[in-house]
Write a protein that binds this ligand. Structure first.
Ligand code: UDP
Length: 314
């Protein structure tokens, strides 16, 4: 059945894949983005599609639309971007969630929240399961995003309890792939661009901190399965449990690109989580989902993307 679907942050890295896939499934898609980190180029394949509508709108302000489903993906997600305007980050998380939940309540639509592994903070429990309550700094530089996203989850559960809104919450772990921004400051994009231009690879700290990287196609599949799943709201972790140190990642990228780059060590940012790895048993059990791309396969695709992008810019 054809639905009218709203994707907030639809011009962003993950949102644009959602818009594209929903259009392919013949739905009618409204993409809402304020272009703070989103980019029209991400939508080039669907911009002229008759089922696609793009609205420049900041979700910290209410919007009145008629929709059947909402994917709430609006929010800068890279530490560099979300720390650039922390007050706006909190507003996007919290006011944005309230506005979208209000819309869901009025239109009786199903709403899926893009939450994050950041809600676990610098975790003392490893790997992280959904029932872990997290160790988040209340006042550090990451708090605007971590606490903003935590509060958003809280409001989602309250709208469910109080107003019976059909909510879904996914917690997204580090994700990478084509359409990441070249200068978003994240580790995968930084290292690939540095490697392709033979510049120094900037490892923060000693590189022993770990992350678990999920290729974007896998994540998007998990998101759709979650939206479809009946009688299950989550929260649910979506990520690739294959964990690596940041130093290992740097070495892998140097090898895959054949780069002459050297590794240098810079200061570790404040509150940088020391380890992160999703426990995805719940996703396996409830959605039958697990990632298909290993990191190297995903990195190769992402390296190709950035290689073409850098050549185009020359
Ligand atoms: N990092 C790094 N060099 C960079 C960018 C990031 O060593 O040029 C590290 C960062 O300190 C963190 C990890 O890579 O430990 C992942 O950083 P990212 O910003 O991609 O995401 P996070 O998981 O911290 O939100």
């Amino acid at each position: 059945m054809k639905k009218r679907i709203l994707v907030t942050g639809g011009a962003g890295f993950i949102g644009s894949y959602l818009c594209e896939k929903l259009i392919q499934q013949n739905h009618s898609v409204i993409c809402c983005d304020n272009f703070y980190t989103g980019n029209r180029d991400n939508l080039e394949k669907i911009l002229n599609n008759k089922n696609f509508e793009l609205i420049r709108h900041d979700i910290t302000f209410p919007i009145y639309l008629e929709v059947d489903e909402i994917y709430n993906f609006a929010c800068p997600a890279s530490p560099v971007h979300y720390q650039n305007d922390p007050v706006q980050t909190v507003k996007t998380c919290v006011h944005g969630a309230i506005n979208m939940l209000g819309l869901a309540k009025r239109t009786k639509s199903k709403i899926l929240q893009a939450s994050t592994s950041e809600i676990y903070g610098d975790p003392e429990v490893h790997p992280q399961r959904e029932n872990y309550r997290g160790a988040v700094s209340i006042d550090g530089p990451r708090a605007c995003y971590d606490e903003g996203k935590r509060c958003a989850e809280t409001i989602f559960w309250d709208y469910r309890r109080q107003h019976n809104v059909n909510v879904k919450v996914i917690r997204i772990f580090n994700t990478f792939g084509p359409r990441m921004q070249k200068n978003d400051g994240r580790v995968v994009s930084n290292f690939i661009v540095q490697a392709l231009t033979n510049k120094n690879i900037t490892v923060y700290g000693d590189g022993s901190q770990t992350r678990s990287f999920c290729y974007v196609d896998d994540l998007v599949e998990g998101i759709f399965l979650m939206m479809k799943k009946e009688n299950f709201s989550g929260p649910i972790n979506l990520g690739n449990p294959s964990e690596t140190t940041i130093l290992e990642l740097a070495k892998e990228i140097i090898e895959l690109t054949g780069s002459r780059s050297k590794i240098i060590y810079n200061d570790l940012p404040i509150d940088d989580p020391k380890q992160r790895c999703p426990d995805i048993k719940l996703a396996e059990e409830k959605l039958g989902w697990s990632p298909k791309f290993d990191r190297i396969k995903g990195l190769k695709k992402t390296i190709n993307y950035f290689d073409l992008l850098l050549k185009k810019e020359k």
